[in-house]
Structure formats: structure tokens, C-alpha cells
Design a binder for this molecule. Structure first.
Ligand code: AQP
Length: 327
């Protein structure tokens, strides 16, 4: 069976963007593929974290992903910092990644602009750690949102370079990007992507938001002055809401346009809000149950790390041997 690997950072409240762009696919792929999933907490410290909050975010993200439907029996689900092979392989890959390649990464450029006082080396080498995450498991496919496409391409280049020097070592992975939902935009500024770390709470929907908050945020969503629900260039706000609605209901653009023909944005936003709230409700309920059972969570991530490490160690050994480390 083909191998799937993906990870998400426990860097804050997981958003509807993370869910529709990546997590929803993680769940669906479990039936067909060998899936391995992680919380990328090593990546998270590229931006300064408050320790107690970071710990809480990590545990909550773990519970939330179980609530979304990850089955830890089927799919090893672990915390990256608990499998040391990630940091070890990342170091090796750093030495096979060019400065110029990393400099071209748009996420690095965006994040350095956002945090000008902390442009640390980890932020710069974030993509080679991500390459290590993926390559350790010899993944075929990596379900991600479109913002991660460039990092996947870099991962392939690093793997290909290494294979060229030392012979077949890594499988070359491919991104698996959904047709709808690949880039959910901010509700307040639809030219920017919806993001966990956005300071404006009205910009993003958290998967765990209460229904009344979801409704409020959708009602305030920025649209345009045309008052016509249709997909068209320049109608970023409406396009985004249509995309979200399509993801949670499975309806096509034509069906959505027909449903709201002659209706105003008020009705449209209310309907989208209700559909999203309804879709997320069972996740929130399950999350509350998991958070009541911390022992179970602990047992799950310890078990996940054990299973992941068996696979990761095999790849790392091979790499160390090929590079010429004394064994
Ligand atoms: N707006 C989005 N639309 C669709 N997919 C998205 N993803 C992120 N934002 C959107 C996808 O979510 C997965 C996990 O992302 P991550 O934890 O690696 O962090 P990120 O891409 O940096 O996401 P955020 O929410 O913007 O986090 P912060 O604010 O901490 O940087 C990825 O597969 C990503 O594509």
C-alpha cells in the first residue's frame, strides 16, 4: 500500500483552513493508504512560544485530531519531538540543501516579515526539517494545503540530489492537494490565507469555535457590493465563502449559485455559517470527551512515537551509512 505522511504544527487554534485544506483529507485517506501523522512541534518553536501555552496547544491539537477522526490504531499518530530521528535526519539534510534554495521559500519570506525581530536559523531551515519528516517514512503522498506546495517540491529536490550522490535512498514524494479547500482565505481580508496565528479573531474560524461565534464571524465576513452570489475574478470574499460551503456540503459552484439566485449576502452568510457549525459540531463534542481522558491521550502518543520510530530509524540508519558515518 502507498504511504501517506503529513503533519500540522500545534502553533495555536486549528482553523477551518487547516481542516479543509489538510485534515479532512488525512481522515479520508486512512481507508485506502498506510497513513502516518504527526504534530510538528519542532517546527513550532521557529516562532517564540510561551512554554505552558505551547504544552497545552500540543495536547489540545492531539485531542482535536483524534476528534476529527484519526484512528491511532490504524495510523501511527505521534509528536515529532518524541521521535529524535527527525532532528537527526534534518541535520544531515541541511548539509545537502543550498542556502539559495531556502532563501527562495515564500513561507520564509512571509514569516520573516511577520516576525522581523526573530528571523532565526530554524525558521530558515524549516523546509529541510519538513523534508526529513516526509523522507523518513518513504512517503508517496503528502496531503497539504496549497501553501505547502513549494516545500514539497524542495523535499523532492533534496531527495533526488541525495539519491543521485549515494544511490536510491529516498522515495520522491508528491503533494496531495484538494480540489476545493486548498486555500481558505481570511474572512476579514480575503486576499490573505486564513491562518492560526492571525491576531484578528474574526478572520478565522477555529474548528472548536462555538456555533454562535461561527455565525457571528460569517455574518461579518467581508464580501463586495455586487450582492450576487457567483464565482468570479475579483470577488475574493464571495469566492472564499462559496469554496467553504462547497467543502462542507459537497455542492458544486453551479448548485450554490442556483441556490442563492435572487437572494442577498445576508441569507448566504447565514446558510454558510450554519452548514459549517453543523459540520464541526460532532468534532467539538468528541474533543471534549478526549480532553477528559488525558491518560488515554498520553498512551496514544507514546504508542504512536514507538511505532513511528521503528520506521524512522531504518531510514536514518541507511542514510548515516551511505554518508560515511562510522557505524
Ligand atoms: N488557509 C488555509 N487553507 C488551506 N489549507 C491550509 N493550511 C494552512 N492554512 C491553510 C494547511 O494546513 C496544514 C497545517 O499547516 P501548518 O500547521 O503547517 O501551518 P501553516 O501552513 O503555517 O498554517 P497556519 O494556520 O498559517 O499556521 P501559522 O499561523 O502558525 O503559520 C498544512 O497542510 C497547510 O497547507
Amino acid at each position: 500500500r502507498k504511504v501517506i505522511f503529513s503533519a500540522i504544527q500545534p502553533s495555536g487554534t486549528i482553523t477551518l483552513g487547516n481542516y479543509l485544506g489538510a485534515l479532512k483529507n488525512w481522515i479520508e485517506l486512512q481507508d485506502e493508504y498506510e497513513c502516518i501523522y504527526a504534530l510538528a512541534d519542532l517546527h513550532t518553536i521557529t516562532v517564540r512560544q510561551e512554554p505552558a501555552k505551547f504544552r497545552r496547544n500540543t495536547l489540545e491539537a492531539y485531542a482535536l485530531l483524534l476528534a476529527c477522526g484519526i484512528d491511532p490504531q490504524e495510523s501511527p499518530f505521534f509528536i515529532q519531538s518524541q521521535v529524535p530521528e527527525h532532528a537527526q535526519l534534518a541535520w544531515v539534510l541541511n548539509c545537502y540543501t543550498q542556502f539559495g534554495e531556502l532563501q527562495r521559500m515564500t513561507q520564509f519570506k512571509d514569516k520573516s516579515q511577520k516576525h522581523p525581530d526573530n528571523i532565526n536559523a530554524g525558521l530558515f531551515t524549516y523546509p529541510s526539517l519538513m523534508a526529513a519528516d516526509i523522507l523518513l517514512y518513504q512517503a508517496d503522498l503528502v496531503p497539504v494545503g496549497v501553501d505547502q506546495k513549494q516545500h514539497i517540491e524542495l523535499t523532492r529536490n533534496i531527495a533526488d540530489r541525495f539519491n543521485g550522490l549515494y544511490g536510491q535512498t529516498f522515495k520522491l514524494p508528491e503533494g496531495y492537494i484538494p480540489e476545493t479547500g486548498a486555500k481558505i482565505m481570511s474572512l476579514q481580508d480575503p486576499a490573505r490565507k486564513m491562518s492560526k496565528s492571525d491576531e484578528n479573531v474574526n478572520s478565522s474560524i477555529a474548528v472548536l469555535d462555538r456555533p454562535e461565534d461561527i455565525m457571528r464571524k460569517f455574518k461579518r465576513a467581508v464580501t463586495d457590493s455586487e450582492a450576487c452570489v457567483r464565482r468570479a475574478p475579483g470577488k475574493d470574499g464571495v469566492n472564499n465563502l462559496m469554496g467553504i460551503y462547497s467543502c462542507v456540503t459537497g455542492r458544486t459552484d453551479e448548485e450554490i449559485e442556483a441556490e442563492f439566485a435572487g437572494k442577498g449576502y445576508g441569507d448566504f452568510k447565514t446558510t454558510v455559517g450554519e452548514a459549517v457549525a453543523e459540520h464541526l459540531r460532532p468534532i467539538r463534542e468528541k474533543f471534549d470527551d478526549y480532553m477528559k481522558n488525558k491518560d488515554y491521550l498520553e498512551q496514544c502518543y507514546a504508542e504512536g512515537a514507538r511505532k513511528a520510530e521503528v520506521i524512522a530509524r531504518k531510514t536514518l540508519r541507511k542514510v548515516m551509512k551511505k554518508v560515511g558515518f562510522l557505524q
